[in-house]
Design a protein. Structure first.
Length: 426
């Protein structure tokens, strides 16, 4: 597939003609919210076999071959040129489809209230064919060792229809917040802990969960070893059922990183104990902070490269946001940015007639606009930013990617999964 960035005065018809595609195919593939009002800087995924590369100043055939992963002799043959042929700037070279690699993908889905909304049901159905795991979020542990169940609606059937491993995500949340006291009780009171584990087993058997996933956050730093001991105990118990065990980890860059979110998460121990981890590599730009990329690739790489010093790549799933934020400027502490989908971001740019820019350092798109006298800044995800994450996944040979969270429309993501990977189904 080809990623195309819209330039001034380009139309869908002209873009389709340039790549031998059709307007209909491009509109449907991208589920375009603005087919008659393309935005300068908007990225499109063109549904063709292979892709095209436009020669940049200083490029050589050998250098291009290193970028695209195709031998330069093959590039020359495909494009009917000599390997020593001098390239011209903006010359277009055809790149064949690269071999796909196997990877696993997880999608969290978070129902609110007492039932799963139609939007979340549809989001899960759209994503499930591209997922290895589907994770209703969340089963909330209680202080007596019982569980508060989320609404499941048709999620179990959706998972079954698409060959997903249902992931039982369990949190130490109370009233919407992570509780260190709840964590302390579960990790240090053996009688309650035993009851907790048996309730997990009972519930997992009832619904058919095959991966038990602990997302215990903001634990007391002094409970780090208790958490490790609990995970070893849980692993022995779940092994009896033939289930996987996974955990969610805060995005650390060193073993001794300070801060309540980080200190009880022992990368080395989790890497030894559990089957895989989901590292929450997002929320650098968050709803309560200043405007910036949600998951800038530099910090993401730094976290993953540290993780690789503590555990094998085959156990690491990179966390990835399926959303962006719309901030009102100037940022004031205590204010909250609005969460939006990539599709909503494009529509906002189109409606306000502003161009989309791209930060190459962060590998993320953004734009500014003014509405009702107020200045706004939007950072979101597009085909370029997600492809950059896929390239990092492949470079570091990671197990896969985990999405927070389903229900926010981003069709380009699923298209590019099929172009890059063979999704593992267990």
């Amino acid at each position: 597939m080809q990623i195309h960035v819209v330039q001034r005065n380009q139309s869908l018809f002209g873009i389709a003609q340039a790549y031998g595609s059709t307007v209909k195919d491009i509109v449907e593939a991208n589920e375009l919210p603005n087919p008659d009002n393309l935005v300068i800087g908007q990225s499109l995924v063109i549904p063709i076999v292979g892709s095209f590369y436009y020669v940049q100043p200083g490029d050589s055939l050998w250098g291009i071959s290193q970028k695209v992963g195709v031998p330069y002799q093959e590039l020359a043959k495909i494009n009917n040129i000599s390997p020593n042929y001098p390239l011209q700037v903006n010359q277009r070279l055809y790149i064949t489809q690269k071999p796909k690699v196997r990877a696993e993908f997880n999608g969290y889905v978070e129902p609110y209230g007492k039932e799963v909304s139609p939007n979340l049901e549809e989001g899960a159905k759209e994503a499930a064919p591209y997922l290895t795991y589907l994770a209703p979020f969340s089963f909330q542990a209680k202080r007596d060792g019982t569980l508060k169940e989320p609404p499941l609606g048709n999620l179990l059937q959706t998972g079954k229809d698409n060959g997903n491993v249902m992931m039982m995500a369990i949190t130490n949340q109370e009233e919407g917040k992570f509780s260190d006291e709840l964590g302390r009780i579960l990790l240090t009171n053996q009688a309650i802990q035993d009851k907790f584990l048996e309730n997990i087993v009972k519930t997992a058997k009832k619904y058919g969960f095959r991966d038990i996933h602990f997302d215990f956050e903001y634990l007391r730093p002094q409970d780090k070893e208790a958490y490790n001991t609990f995970l070893r105990k849980a692993k022995r118990r779940f092994n009896q059922e033939g289930w996987l065990l996974s955990t969610a980890l805060a995005p650390k860059t060193s073993a001794d990183q300070k801060g309540k979110w980080y200190e009880a998460h022992d990368y080395k121990a989790h890497g030894e104990i559990v089957d895989f981890v989901v590292i929450m590599t997002y929320e650098w730009g968050y709803s309560g902070g200043p405007a910036m990329a949600v998951s800038p690739i530099g910090p993401v790489r730094e976290v993953i490269e540290y993780a690789l010093t503590e555990m094998p790549a085959s156990k690491i799933m990179m966390g990835q946001n399926l959303y962006g934020y719309d901030w009102t400027l100037p940022f004031k502490p205590g204010t909250t940015a609005k969460a939006i989908s990539p599709q909503q971001a494009i529509k906002i740019a189109a409606d306000n007639n502003v161009s989309i820019k791209y930060d190459k350092k962060a590998e993320a798109p953004f734009f500014n606009y003014t509405k009702d006298g107020k200045n706004h800044e939007v950072w979101f995800e597009d085909a370029r930013s997600i492809q950059a994450k896929f390239d990092l996944m492949k470079e570091l040979k990671l197990r896969g990617m985990s999405y927070w969270k389903l229900g926010l429309s981003f069709p380009q993501n699923w298209l590019l999964i099929t172009d890059n990977f063979n999704v593992v189904k267990r």
